[in-house]
Ligand binder design. Structure first.
Ligand code: NAD
Length: 291
């Protein structure tokens, strides 16, 4: 397939490289990042989109997506698809879908989970919103860049799935970390805590697969001095998206709101910036009830 790829950062570069390795013809554009191997670079986003059957974007946020969409949609061939893999707000995804539809173009929102490791290994999970026909066209690309693509319904539903999932993740990680810190203070050994909780009703991905306690459970960023992994900054971004969506939809999400406030404090006022999101455990370890 002839593909335009805009946004070749930590995630976009390995995704584009995997498409090239699978035999696709990829023309890229980024304001700053260098060309991944095998990707020919265009002078602008519009140039990268010209003649492409699918234009993939992997950008920092919804405002940038909107600006790039305004530039690339007029350059795209009739019937081509804009496939946005960034994590953005639901409203931006739905607005860009409407802009594309007006021009007779397809749009899919397809945020990912799996991080930089999954992008490099081609094992991402895609959560996809948009029309069936566009999903069918993009499916071979999902198969190259990932191991699973779930069609979640119409435009915006991929982003909805992503932020709901990550809201659960943020809340359960905090709950797991505060429980470990409490267990420490009660004199409960961390290995015993893991052995019980990971096989009892308190289990979760945060405990069982990504245990925040070093030396306990499977290897995780806790065993690498909390180097990300999944940075607390990105968790904060996703929690804020969940809260703006909850506000727009008039949904009551008290745990998500508290998780968002705690990650904001951790990243912006404490030492959480650039650390893995499971570094909430050393944060709780240092704290007392009154602070
Ligand atoms: P990044 O900052 O490494 O990459 C973004 C790239 O977009 C940069 O290279 C930047 O130069 C480029 N860019 C910005 N504005 C542009 C424009 N107007 N035109 C062209 N290029 C532009 O970020 P990333 O880690 O690759 O993340 C990308 C997206 O994926 C984000 O939405 C993020 O939330 C999401 N995501 C990231 C991870 C992760 O672990 N890094 C995991 C899941 C989802």
């Amino acid at each position: 397939m002839k593909i335009g790829f805009i946004g070749l950062g930590n995630m976009g570069a390995p995704m584009a490289a995997n498409l090239v390795a699978a035999g696709h013809e990829v023309t890229g554009f980024d304001l700053a990042a260098p060309a991944p191997e095998g990707v020919s670079m265009a002078a602008s986003a519009a140039e990268a989109a010209t003649g492409a059957e699918v234009v993939i974007t992997m950008l920092p946020n919804g405002n940038i997506l909107r600006a790039v969409a305004e530039e690339v949609l007029p350059a795209m061939e009739p019937g081509a698809i804009l496939l946005d893999c960034s994590t953005v707000d639901v409203a931006s995804a739905r607005d860009v879908a409407a802009m594309a539809a007006e021009k007779g173009l397809g749009f899919l929102d397809a945020p990912v989970s799996g991080g930089v490791g999954g992008a490099a290994a081609g094992t991402l999970t895609f959560m996809v919103g948009g029309e069936d026909a566009a999903f069918a066209t993009a499916k071979p690309l999902f198969d190259v860049m990932g191991q699973k693509a779930v069609h979640c319904g119409p435009a915006g539903n991929g982003q909805a799935a992503k932020i709901c999932n990550n809201m659960i993740l943020g809340v359960t990680m905090i709950a797991t970390c505060e429980a470990f810190a409490l267990a420490d203070k009660l004199g409960l050994d961390r290995q015993a805590m893991f052995d019980v909780v990971s096989t009892s009703s308190g289990q979760s991905w945060s405990m069982n697969t990504y245990c925040p306690a070093p030396g306990v459970g499977p290897t995780s960023p806790a065993d690498n001095d909390y180097k990300p992994g999944f940075a607390a900054d990105l968790m904060l971004k996703d929690l804020r998206l969940s809260q703006s969506a909850a506000e727009a939809a008039d949904a009551d999400t008290p745990m998500g709101a508290l998780a968002s406030a705690l990650y904001a404090q951790f990243v912006e006022s404490e030492d959480g910036a650039g650390r893995d999101f499971s570094a909430m455990l050393p944060r709780f370890e240092k704290r007392r009830r009154s602070t």
